[in-house]
Write a protein that binds this ligand. Structure first.
Ligand code: DX5
Ligand code: ZN
Length: 249
C-alpha cells in the first residue's frame, strides 16, 4: 500500500473505497439552503426532503472568516420547527466557541468548525460533543488533510471544502478528489469511523467522481435549489450518487 499522505490524482481511484462489489457505504444528500429561495424556505426544504435529503446543510457566515453574511441561531430555530431532518450547521465563523451553545440551543444536530480558525481544535470539538451533537471539522481547499491527523479519532465527520467557502454556485476544485481519497484511506488504515462530507460544486457532472473518491455525505446548493424543482433535482443527484457506488470504475 502506498503512503496515504502521497496519493496522486491517478492513485486516488486505486485506493478509493469503491472497489467493485465492495462499496456498501450509505450515501446521503445534504441540500444547502444557501441557494434556496428564502422567501419560501419551508416549502423549499420540504421539497428537498421529498427528493431524498437526509439532512439539511445550513451555512453560517460571519463576514470575517468568509466574505459573506448569512444566518444565525434565530433562523436555525425557525428551520427546526419546519423539518425533522438533522440540521447540519457549517460554521464559517471566527471564534466558533462563542456561538456553539446558541446553535445547540436553536436545534442544530451536527456542527462543523473550520480547522483554520480553531487554535484549540480539540477543545472546540469537545464543546460540540458536550452539547450532545455530532462534531465535524472542515478544511479549506488549501488546507492539507495531514493537518487533521491528531483530531480524526475525536470527530464524527470531516468536511472537505471543494470550493473556497463563502458562496454557492462555484466550480468544483478537482484536487479535492485526492483529499477525499486520502481521508478514506487513512480511515481504513487507522480503523476510524468518521464520515466524509464534501461541500462545493457537487452536481450531476461531478458527483460520480466525488462518490468514488470517498465522499459519503454530499452537500449541494445550486444543484438542488438553483434551477428546476428541488424535489426532482435532489432525487436525480442522489440517484446518480448512489449508482456510482454500484458501478465498476
Ligand atoms: C459555500 C457553502 C456551501 C454552498 C455550496 O461556502 O459552504 O455549502 O452552499 O454551494 P454549491 O453546491 O452551489 O457549490
Ligand atoms: Zn457549507
Amino acid at each position: 500500500m502506498a503512503d496515504a499522505t502521497h496519493l496522486s490524482m491517478v492513485e486516488f481511484l486505486r485506493f478509493s473505497p469503491s472497489l467493485p462489489g465492495g462499496d456498501t457505504r450509505l450515501i446521503e444528500l445534504a441540500p444547502s439552503i444557501l441557494s434556496a429561495d428564502f422567501a419560501h424556505l419551508a416549502d423549499q426544504i420540504h421539497a428537498a426532503e421529498e427528493g431524498g435529503a437526509a439532512l439539511m446543510h445550513l451555512d453560517v457566515m460571519d463576514g470575517h472568516f468568509v466574505p459573506n453574511l448569512t444566518i444565525g441561531p434565530p433562523v436555525v430555530a425557525s428551520i427546526r420547527k419546519v423539518t425533522r431532518l438533522p440540521l447540519d450547521c457549517h460554521l464559517m465563523i471566527e471564534n466558533p466557541n462563542d456561538f456553539i451553545p446558541a446553535f445547540a440551543e436553536a436545534g442544530a444536530d451536527w456542527i462543523s468548525v473550520h480547522q483554520e480558525v480553531c487554535v484549540h481544535l480539540h477543545r472546540t470539538v469537545e464543546l460540540i460533543k458536550h452539547h450532545g451533537l455530532q462534531a465535524g471539522v472542515v478544511i479549506n481547499p488549501a488546507t492539507p488533510v495531514e493537518t487533521l491527523s491528531d483530531i480524526l479519532e475525536f470527530v464524527d465527520y470531516v468536511l472537505v471544502m471543494s470550493v473556497n467557502p463563502g458562496f454557492g454556485g462555484q466550480k468544483f476544485i478537482r484536487h479535492s478528489l485526492v483529499k477525499l481519497a486520502k481521508l478514506a484511506t487513512i480511515r481504513g488504515q487507522r480503523g476510524l469511523n468518521f464520515r466524509i462530507e464534501v461541500d462545493g460544486g457537487v452536481a450531476m457532472d461531478t458527483v460520480v467522481e466525488i462518490v468514488r473518491a470517498g465522499a459519503e455525505i454530499l452537500v449541494a446548493g445550486n444543484a438542488v435549489f438553483g434551477e428546476g424543482h428541488p424535489k426532482e433535482q435532489a432525487a436525480k443527484l442522489l440517484k446518480a450518487a448512489t449508482e456510482a457506488t454500484w458501478q465498476q470504475v
